[in-house]
Design a protein around this ligand. Structure first.
Ligand code: NAP
Length: 288
């Protein structure tokens, strides 16, 4: 990073916990590469101080924030305006502090996911997609796939009501996509999986601390004609991706989405355009 001076602008991450987040490392690397006059810091904020933290950052003239667990929904009420994607997904992962002092809530998770598919040569239009999970990350994935006119999206979730809620919430964004859901014990699950072009794990099953687990325990559903995506980036690869890879599927881990959503946030804050895919390669080498 260039010297911090009296004109250096502040960017940051709020969540709890934020320790271990990769965002400060890679955002400051990109800021340095592009020679931007910003610094990016992580703030662990207690829930009862969330509003004060945001107001304090506004008063200090902060340029932008990423928002992570558990505040992606909680910051909603503090925003003066929301992007269509933030409204659709009901989550804000990016706050833009505008020149007039207003706060604009955005969601770049869905774009990070879609850009990662694009980078891997997968075009969702008319394709069959299967998503495990119905939480915030799944909402971003399904919204992105709807925006890209996927042919069919099937959501499978442990709690069926949550999947049904997601289908209802996102149906208005479906322009001809067949959007459906079922529980993890639905009898047609294996066939649905086998026939899918893209399979995504958007649950937290398989994260560090839970490494030996996979949301799907039947390797026979995977094949060499599929792309299998796990939003989890630690461990890398997950057990789910190892299983799919053993069956010949092309696999993608969550690191790409994490970096690409962060790069989209940086573009919104700084209004500086750059090649996301080129930068993604540089960031990946740096983090390695
Ligand atoms: P969330 O809103 O809490 O949703 C968690 C989802 O996982 C729900 O669908 C939940 O099902 C399911 N789940 C949890 N434990 C389960 C279990 N034991 N068995 C079956 N299903 C289970 O979390 P989120 O924000 O969507 O995040 C989900 C994952 O995506 C996390 O691992 C997160 O790190 C990752 N993520 C990655 C990125 C990236 O950029 N790569 C971005 C966002 C999130 P129920 O509805 O039944 O509870």
């Amino acid at each position: 990073m260039d010297k911090i001076t009296s004109t250096t602008r502040l960017l940051g991450l709020i969540g709890n916990p934020v320790k271990g987040s990769l965002s400060p490392e890679f955002q400051n690397f990109v800021i340095d590469r592009l020679n931007l006059g910003y610094v990016y810091l992580a703030f662990s904020v207690e829930h009862e101080l969330l509003v004060q933290a945001i107001e304090g950052l506004r008063a200090l003239g902060t340029s932008g924030l990423n928002v992570t667990v558990p505040y992606k929904k909680a910051v909603f009420g503090e925003m003066d305006a929301l992007s269509d994607s933030a409204k659709a997904v009901s989550a804000v992962n990016t706050v833009v502090f505008q020149e007039n002092g207003e706060l604009r809530g955005e969601n770049t998770d869905w774009l990070g996911f879609i850009k990662s598919l694009e980078r891997n040569g997968f075009e969702p239009r008319d394709k069959r997609c299967f998503v495990f999970g119905a939480g915030g990350a799944a909402a971003a994935v399904v919204y992105g796939l709807l925006r890209m006119n996927a042919g069919r999206i099937f959501i499978a979730n442990r709690t069926l009501e949550n999947a049904r809620y997601l289908v209802d919430k996102l149906s208005p964004y479906s322009d001809g996509t067949d959007l459906n859901c079922g529980s993890l014990s639905w009898p047609g699950l294996s066939e649905e999986l086998r026939e899918s072009d893209l399979i995504v794990n958007a649950t937290s099953v398989g994260m560090t601390g839970d490494e030996g687990k996979s949301i799907c325990d039947d390797p026979a559903v995977f094949g060499s004609n599929q792309i299998v995506y796990d939003l989890i980036y630690n461990p890398s690869p997950t057990f789910f991706l190892q299983m799919a890879s053993n069956e010949g599927a092309r696999t993608i881990g969550g690191l790409e989405m994490l970096i690409l959503q962060g790069l989209e946030s940086l573009k919104l804050w700084t209004r500086v355009e750059f090649d996301s895919f080129e930068m993604l390669n540089d960031v990946k080498s740096f983090l390695r």
